[in-house]
Design a protein around this ligand. Structure first.
Ligand code: ATP
Ligand code: MG
Length: 566
């Protein structure tokens, strides 16, 4: 299964000649269209259905649609695909805008499919009058059964040969609310034996007595996706309508409506949707997780939603770097989530502030430290900027270090603290472990060490030791709640959930582990708004659940990983 995971890392190149070679298929199409004069400039659109929050897959679509427009001096519309009033809500409309802004994209116009309901309706009447559409009284089941199969032609509806006048009257009655949901539909009259099942008299309108988040109760008939999408593109003069691969079977019908109505010829192009290991991106399932309380909300830091990963500490730049690396392809792929995590680390490593936080502490006493003395060290906030800002870290004779940084019976390769061994306490002195104190159960409760004053950085000649560990002053340490997150699911390829199992069976019971951290005081003064690095551990971001009395930090990603993109 791992063999299926593809790393399509594109090399960025300054060299024009090489850049030419690495154009993706959409760029090739656009360059050709601009060169041949088929279009003067490009206009793309991002068409979310406001029935849930945006997720990482949408980020890929956003990067493609906005990215292409940016690259070729074009524009992108934000168009809500709001034709299904029962599932849609303004809560989602607002959240979607916030997420797109967070990614740093600016849309040209904010539009709604519902803006075009009247135009779509008028076109439907036009089709009826031309004998291209009819009102069908069959039930949903009869219609489905009558469509036939790929090998077997469908059967014509008994209502198929109504006159245009009768169809017009019935369609207007549908619009005026004379019928109940499901009583009638409007269908295109195409070909019940067509080899592409999409053409077997597709449904154009269904009755839904439902309140719409924008048009209210004005309409009780709503257009279907296929009848809507291409026409909306056409009305806006979208030049390149880019969507995911599963829509390729819809493309002939998209073209058919445009041709039949004789309107602006927008074109549809399909790319492979993003699938990530250990991740689900179906809005329906994400909604179920929220509704069943299996996560704390759409913005739970374990969710693949943009608001979730943002709360987790992922940055917009990291997501864009990821989308750039995976590129655009026409083959379905399962991408390794480690590539995304690698991008997050790359971005945060360059710009996040550093602090020391101990999670599983053991006391360390410096036996030759002057009683009660506090020494403040100015430590760089980011070592990549040696001349940059610093934070002040207090050093005393009573410290905390990670329990795992000491080992009693240490193997040769263990370079951290061991009995009689030396280690540098990060930014400060070299210490030597003189003595261990154990409790009645044999558990180490204190490490007694001596320090060498001549090893203070800058004090004299630099002396190296193999190990450096982080620490905090016990009296100054601030307690913080740590929410250590891991993958939400345990199955790498969530499309392979066996038939007899439910995807929820694969929820990772350890996706959230709470811990207490003991932090150097400067952590709580951090104003960067970005995830910070807990030195030697990982990246963490302050969570809005925290208060000054009870700070909370979410784990963004651990610091090290053997993973390297190809
Ligand atoms: P879901 O199946 O999760 O409900 P959707 O496709 O119905 O997603 P839309 O709101 O209709 O969600 O999607 C808006 C745009 O984002 C569409 O153009 C769609 O093709 C694209 N998109 C959705 N999911 C992905 C994905 N995983 N990878 C890339 N693009 C995606
Ligand atoms: Mg959709």
């Amino acid at each position: 299964m791992w063999k299926k995971i593809i790393f399509a890392v594109q090399k960025s190149s300054k060299n024009m000649e090489e850049e030419k070679k690495t154009l993706n298929f959409l760029e090739e199409i656009i360059e050709e269209d601009l060169r041949s004069g088929k279009v003067d400039s490009i206009l793309t659109r991002f068409p979310p259905e406001p029935n849930g929050y945006l997720h990482l897959g949408h980020a890929k679509s956003l990067c493609i649609n906005f990215g292409l427009a940016q690259k070729y001096g074009g524009k992108t519309n934000l168009r809500y695909d709001d034709t299904n009033p029962t599932k849609e809500d303004t809560e989602y409309v607002d959240a979607i805008k916030e997420d797109i802004k967070w990614l740093g994209f600016k849309w040209e116009k904010e539009l709604y499919a519902s803006d075009y309901f009247q135009q779509l309706y008028d076109w439907a009447e036009q089709m009826i009058l031309k004998g291209q559409a009819y009102v069908d009284d069959q039930t949903q089941e009869e219609i489905s059964a009558g469509r036939g199969t790929i090998d077997k032609p469908g059967t014509e509806s008994p209502w198929r040969n109504r006159t245009p006048e009768e169809n017009l009257r019935l369609f207007r009655e549908m619009r005026d609310g004379k019928y109940a949901d499901g009583e009638k539909v409007l269908r295109a009259k195409i070909d019940m034996a067509h080899p592409n099942m999409m053409f077997r008299d597709p449904i154009l309108y269904r009755i839904k007595h439902a309140h719409h988040h924008r048009t209210g109760d004005k309409w009780c008939i709503y257009p279907m996706y296929d009848y809507t999408h291409g026409q909306c593109d056409s009305i806006e003069h979208i030049t390149h309508s880019i969507c995911t691969l599963e829509f390729d079977v819809h493309r002939p019908l998209y073209d058919w409506f445009i041709k039949t109505l004789d309107i602006y010829p927008s074109h549809q192009y399909e790319f492979a949707r993003l699938n990530l290991t250990y991740t689900l991106m179906s809005k329906r399932k994400l909604l179920e997780l929220v509704q069943k309380g299996l996560v704390s909300g759409w913005d739970d830091p374990r969710m693949p939603t943009l608001c979730g990963v943002r709360r987790r500490g992922y940055t917009a730049d990291a997501l864009k770097m990821f989308c750039d690396k995976i590129g655009v392809s026409k083959r379905d792929q399962l991408m390794d989530i480690q590539l995304l995590e690698w991008c997050v680390r790359q971005d945060l490593n360059a710009r996040s502030n550093r602090y020391m936080v101990v999670q599983d502490p053991v006391r360390l006493t410096i036996v030759n430290w002057p009683q009660g003395q506090v020494e403040w060290f100015d430590c760089p906030l980011n070592p990549a900027e040696p001349e940059g800002a610093t934070r002040r870290v207090p050093f005393t004779g009573e410290l905390l270090i990670e329990r795992a940084d000491f080992m009693e019976d240490a193997p040769n390769k263990f370079f951290r603290l061991k009995p009689g061994g030396e280690v540098r306490l990060k930014y400060t002195y070299i210490i030597k472990c003189e003595e261990m104190v154990k409790d009645a159960d044999g558990r180490i409760v204190e490490l007694r060490c001596s320090y060498d004053p001549s090893t203070r950085p800058g004090a004299g000649e630099w002396r190296s030791v193999k190990g450096t560990i982080h620490w905090v002053s016990r009296a100054h340490a601030k307690e913080v709640e740590l929410r250590n997150y891991d993958r939400l699911f345990t199955l790498a390829d969530m499309s392979q959930v066996p038939e007899d199992r439910d995807y929820k069976d694969f929820l990772n019971p350890e996706s959230l582990v709470l811990a207490t951290g003991y932090a150097e005081p400067a952590l709580l003064e951090d104003k960067s708004g970005l995830a910070v690095q807990f030195e030697r551990t990982g990246y963490y971001i302050a969570d809005p659940d925290g208060t000054p009395e009870h700070p909370v930090f979410n784990k963004t990603v651990s610091l090290k990983d053997s993973y390297k993109p190809e």
